[in-house]
Design a protein around this ligand. Structure first.
Ligand code: GDP
Ligand code: IMO
Ligand code: MG
Length: 408
């Protein structure tokens, strides 16, 4: 069975935590999008791991993990990350594989990415990891894939700096090389977990373009980025927070107003520890945006939502969520493509009662306070999508599922 876990907002929804949790019953984990721009946090028994390129199944000693063809790989950062895992007692050798179709980020790309963003009239606020440059080179058909490392003519075309850089990693990379389409076919009767990066609203096609990343972080990306067809995706989970966050620039209609909601913003940011794993930047915070979430459910065929960070609202008397946009006096409930319209959109808020209770030790949906369940049920009704998993803290164990996930 093939299960996809993707972000349903603007990234950092808790995908790493959920993938780690669900990986217990999967044999393989495949990351399908992005590269070193991602930061996925896993907490097990109080110990924290921050992963950027290595799939979040790596903590289980018997699982093999795959970096998919939709990823852009920064070899230097990847081997640093693998070393960090080794230093923490995680023996990864022999169980990390890379698609031979994945593209490689060369050192000059990081500088190009930063310079290009700095030169933009309206900067995106990229992570500066060379992501846009690597995907651009791919689209231009000038990129270099893992499979190209032993293509002599291509190698000879590289300039000396790139050759020198790649020479350090070439043999190690080639030893991890895999034909991912063949592997996925071979494993077709096993449980495979497909791990997204970024989120629905940062997807190049369906996100808030141009304020997006450059990969396919949509559910369809799980197919194109992993060497399988779209019909092979059995179940798609969309992870979202009880509120909204975004890092970098771009529209965010439900963002807390710095003048009138600064206190609430600080409260959510500090309680939720909303600072980027990759760049340390404070994340922008806002009310849960149900207009954007419903759009994400529709364009990604999300079967089940996964609600995280519900515990951040434990102390609130009252909660609000955005149920429509007011754009120039018009009520809009379909997510617009126009950036000026999104920038002018004012959130229409609906109030919910708070639960004023510690839910971090809750072990089942039934045990959640009534007001918390009412918030969940409103979200389900609004989006037409069931919340299948709830997370009430960062630890692997602070998670409960409402229905069986894997068939086998
Ligand atoms: P990802 O990029 O989607 O994997 O998410 P990040 O790791 O960038 O950010 C999510 C942060 O929230 C991490 O620090 C997690 O440890 C933490 N986290 C995940 N789920 C929960 C939750 O339900 N409650 C709380 N309080 N923290 C959570
Ligand atoms: P995870 O997987 C949050 C954002 C950047 C920037 C935009 C483009 O941890 O959820 P890029 O460097 O990709 O060209 O930057 O996308 N961004 C993320 N925001 N979480 C992520 O990944 C992100 N990956 C990219 O902040 O606004
Ligand atoms: Mg993250």
């Amino acid at each position: 069975m093939n299960v996809v876990v993707m972000g349903a907002q603007w990234g950092d929804e808790g995908k790493g935590k959920i993938v780690d949790y669900l990986a217990q019953d999967a044999k393989y984990v495949v990351r399908f999008a992005g590269g070193a721009n991602a930061g996925h946090t896993i907490v097990v028994d109080g110990k924290k791991y921050a992963l950027h390129q290595v799939p979040s199944g790596i903590l289980y000693p018997e699982k093999s993990v795959f970096l998919g063809s939709g990823m852009v790989i920064d070899p230097e950062a990847l081997f640093k990350e693998l070393q960090m895992l080794k230093d923490n007692g995680i023996n990864w050798e022999g169980r990390v594989f890379i698609s031979d179709r994945a593209h490689l980020t060369l050192p000059g790309y990081r500088e190009m990415d930063k310079a290009r963003d700095a030169a933009r009239k309206r900067p995106i606020g990229t992570t500066g990891r060379g992501i846009g440059t690597t995907y651009s080179m791919k689209s231009e058909r000038d990129g270099i894939r893992l499979a190209d490392l032993d293509w002599d003519e291509k190698w000879n075309d590289l300039d000396d700096e790139d050759k020198k850089f790649l020479e350090q990693f070439k043999d190690k990379l080639l030893s991890m090389r895999v034909n991912i389409a063949a592997k996925m076919y071979e494993f077709r009767n096993d449980n495979i977990l497909f791990e997204g990066a970024q989120g629905a609203m940062l997807d190049l096609d369906s996100g808030t373009y141009p304020y997006v990343s450059s990969g396919a972080s949509c559910s369809a990306g799980a197919a194109t980025g992993s060497g399988i067809g779209p019909k092979a995706l059995d179940k798609i989970y969309g992870v979202f927070k009880a509120y909204e966050t975004r890092v970098g620039n771009g529209p965010m209609p439900s963002e807390f107003d710095a003048d009138t909601e600064g206190e609430l913003c600080d409260y959510v940011r500090n309680t939720g520890n909303e600072f980027g794993v990759t760049t340390g930047r404070p994340r922008r915070c806002g009310y849960l945006d149900l207009v954007a979430l419903r759009y994400a459910c529709h364009v990604n065929s999300i079967d089940n939502l996964v609600l995280t960070h519900l515990d951040i609202y434990d102390d609130m008397n009252e909660i609000e969520a955005c149920v429509a946009y007011n754009i120039d006096g018009k009520i809009v409930t379909d997510f617009p493509a126009s950036i000026p319209e999104l920038n002018r959109a004012k959130p229409v808020l609906q109030k919910f009662a708070g639960w004023k209770a510690d839910i971090t030790k809750c072990t089942s949906y039934k045990k959640l306070p009534k007001a918390a369940r009412e918030y969940v049920e409103f979200i389900e009704d609004f989006t037409g999508t069931k919340v299948g998993i709830v997370s009430v803290g960062a630890d692997r164990n602070q998670t409960f599922v409402r229905e069986k996930i894997w068939k086998a």
